[in-house]
Design a binder for this molecule. Sequence first.
Ligand SMILES: [Zn+2]
Length: 225
Amino acid sequence: MSLLRTSSLASLLFVAACASLPDEATSVVATPAPFERLAAGNRRFAEGVALGFGRDPQRRTEVAKAQRPFAIVVTCSDSRVCPELLFDAGLGDLFVVRTAGHVLDDHALGSIEYAAEHLGAHALLVVGHERCGAVAAAMGSSELPGHIESLATAIRPAIAPLLDGRDAADACVAENVRATVAALRESGPILHELVEAGTLEVKGGVYDLDTGVVEFVETKAAGEH
Ligand SMILES: [Zn+2]
């Protein structure tokens, strides 16, 4: 997969985390920042050394009465893109919203708002993926049956300028991520305000089905067009 101006989410954030923490501080940081935690989990998954923690009866008991997910993940319904596996996360760790092509509607936005405002999640990662069927469908021009067409209709505006380019499929996947990130950052009345206040950070990434790595996708800053 070739994506312009992307970099390994895991390596970038790991380096950033190490660079920003003096040695004496690392020993007292019990819980890494949300994106660093996602990056570390993805690194374990990609390298085949996932811990699979947080899935035992003890964790189930801990989160049975209340949840406080450390991140929101908005991603595709594709059976190969399971956030808890990709990020080696456990029960109660991730608040996940999935639709084919991570298409947003009012129900999806309401779910995300609930996690950001009510559950206090401060990190939101949109994860697109290589060879996404929903994006591929949107790249075509034929009308699709039933409600499937509504997915393609939602995706098409963002990817339309890229259809004739080289590596169009990968470019369209990345652009669909950027479009979802932008839509979330600008979504009023809750998410936009949280982003503006600095209490919610929205990033995008693309999952490589072959390597297991989630790479950051460069996105415009909130409010930048
Ligand atoms: Zn997909």
